[in-house]
Design a protein around this ligand. Sequence first.
Ligand code: SF4
Ligand code: SF4
Length: 294
Amino acid sequence: MIRLAVISGKGGTGKTMITAALAQLLPMSLVLADCDVDAANLELLLSPTLIRKEPFMGMKAACIDQALCVQCGECEAHCRFESIEYDGDAYRVSPLRCEGCAVCVHVCPAGAITMQPRQTGEIMYSETEWGHLVHARLVPGAGNSGLLVNEVKKTAMRLDGDRDLLLIDGPPGTGCPLISTISGVDAVLIVTEPSVSGLHDLKRVVTVCRQFGPRIMVAVNRFDLDSSLADSIQRWCDEKDISLIGLIPFDHAVIDSVRKGIPVTRAGPSPAVHAIREMESRLEQELAGCGTRG
Ligand code: SF4
Ligand code: SF4
């Protein structure tokens, strides 16, 4: 199985639109994973049918047994994350603020605090026209999205490990969710846009990717909004020996397809679709040189 992640240095570059189009165009058996768990929206373009869902248990959180608590206030005084407060009646833990360090457990003189599992999200396994989709939902305000990303990838590989390609819609940025996404993948396609911040974020995300060793490819979405900056991105990619495999023009067909909730490649011929088809054939050539990493 080849593992390919579509990522971007920042949100709003068209990464999910491109992932959905590739899901339709790539002539290989797929399993899809939406690793943008903070804002999962690949499902909006692929209309999945849910097969099953499971709770995702994140890190444990402190829990106070009020029957044992002697209201000494030691736990509140020692919690560096201000996760315990006295509400006028009892000391209570805010589960969303608790970082799971267990300091309060150790300082409580009454043995009233234990660490308890907490559900911070759910993982869904669904059917789409182009293969199974593993996607997830993080409870709003819950942390540890990197752990959830890792679980989404592992679930996709466990349930559909016989597929030719794991196609991942990755998170934007360079934080923990991105690192969980690109760890162990064979290739990344970085989607950027022709702006000063787009080039800046591209450089940052390439720096992170290079720590993990996947084949790196770049696509510039809406390149014609600033051809001069698109040229700068092309030159920078050439200098860094990175394949720029796609230049996708601004196209109202993309906006219409997102509004309709379908992959743009399903919406009929248009300049963007033509460019994405060309990019897909270059992507196939690049992937042909990728072996599966351990
Ligand atoms: S486990 Fe740590 S963060 Fe959570 S309430 Fe206890 S001291 Fe605070
Ligand atoms: S440290 Fe233990 S006994 Fe003291 S207030 Fe906290 S939970 Fe209650």
